[in-house]
Design a protein around this ligand. Structure first.
Ligand SMILES: Nc1nc2c(ncn2[C@@H]2O[C@H](COP(=O)(O)OP(=O)(O)OP(=O)(O)O)[C@@H](O)[C@H]2O)c(=O)[nH]1
Ligand SMILES: [Mg+2]
Length: 265
């Protein structure tokens, strides 16, 4: 007494932020951004009927059944774009992971060498009484990333959906290169990656304030940010200096963006 319609659905759980694309055309079929959201990837075939459905007064034990038809078949491409409110960008070793661990309970690997972070991580930043936002730490970017140098662009998609980018620039006396050159190099890469990403609001954090030495790099960066109208936050993730101001600013940016995107819908 079988029944095709009793066939079980095959449900595959995926993380929030998964984009479903057609494998061949690349067309976006669905963007799973809400908890519990479902996408029907393929319908099952018409169900068959078991032998008991063919019973009649003259045929008490039919030896045949109607087979079901095969289900839909198609090839999909699943791409995960994390849903974070704020994204940390910067050269390797700029202090991104140290900052996310100071802002949230995320515990990423931190070390004194470039490319410590190999995959993105998220942290929840709590502020105000009950407010919070999600921040993403991604591997460091370097010049030539658009050509695949370093870890390249593969992680930038994870900050594409953020409201604001926080660009970290090392202002310690040990840092290499001019801080403004370092900042511009990364922004050039962002621009080469996507004309949208470069338009995202960006704030600058001058990191490792505790070891700024004579403060020359600090002054250079502060002046540059003033000229270019970037919000500038000198911070030290170790002592906590400047962190509170930074959280308040990022929280406000995220709220402003969310209000705007709600108004659009
Ligand atoms: N003194 C001091 N050292 C810091 C501070 N922030 C980060 N560091 C050090 O800088 C080094 C690099 O820090 P990370 O947080 O791993 O840097 P990152 O930007 O995540 O680096 P990648 O993952 O390689 O891109 C580590 O040795 C940290 O301890 C700071 O505020 N003060
Ligand atoms: Mg890191």
């Amino acid at each position: 007494n079988m029944h095709g319609k009793n066939g079980k659905d095959l449900i595959m759980p995926v993380p929030i932020g998964t984009l479903i694309k057609d494998f061949e055309s690349g067309e976006i079929l669905c963007d799973l951004t809400i908890e519990g959201q479902e996408f029907i990837a393929g319908k099952g075939g018409r169900g068959g009927l078991g032998n008991s459905h063919f019973k009649s007064s003259t045929r008490q034990a039919p030896r045949f059944a109607q087979p079901g038809e095969p289900g839909e078949e198609r090839t999909l491409f699943l791409e995960l774009k994390l849903l974070a409110d704020a994204g940390l960008i910067g050269l390797p070793n700029a202090g991104k992971s140290t900052l996310i661990s100071a802002l949230s309970s995320a515990k990423p690997k931190i070390a004194d060498y470039p490319f410590t972070t190999l995959k993105p991580a998220l942290g929840v930043v709590k502020y105000g009484e009950f407010k919070s936002f999600v921040i993403a730490d991604i591997p460091g970017l370097i010049e030539g990333a658009h050509k695949g140098t370093g870890l390249g662009f593969q992680f930038l998609r994870h900050v594409e959906r953020t409201s604001v980018l926080l660009h970290l620039v090392d202002i310690s006396e040990m840092a290499e290169g001019d801080p403004t050159d370092n900042l511009e190099k990364i922004n050039k890469e962002l621009e080469l990656y996507s004309s949208e990403l470069i338009k995202k609001p960006q704030a600058i954090a001058g990191t490792k304030l505790d070891i700024k030495g004579d403060g020359k790099r600090f002054d250079t960066l502060a002046r540059y940010c003033k000229d270019k109208h970037y919000a500038f936050f000198p911070i030290c993730a170790v002592t906590g200096e400047g962190i509170k101001e930074l959280i308040i600013y990022l929280g406000a940016k995220v709220e402003e963006y969310n209000k705007g995107s709600r108004a659009e819908n």
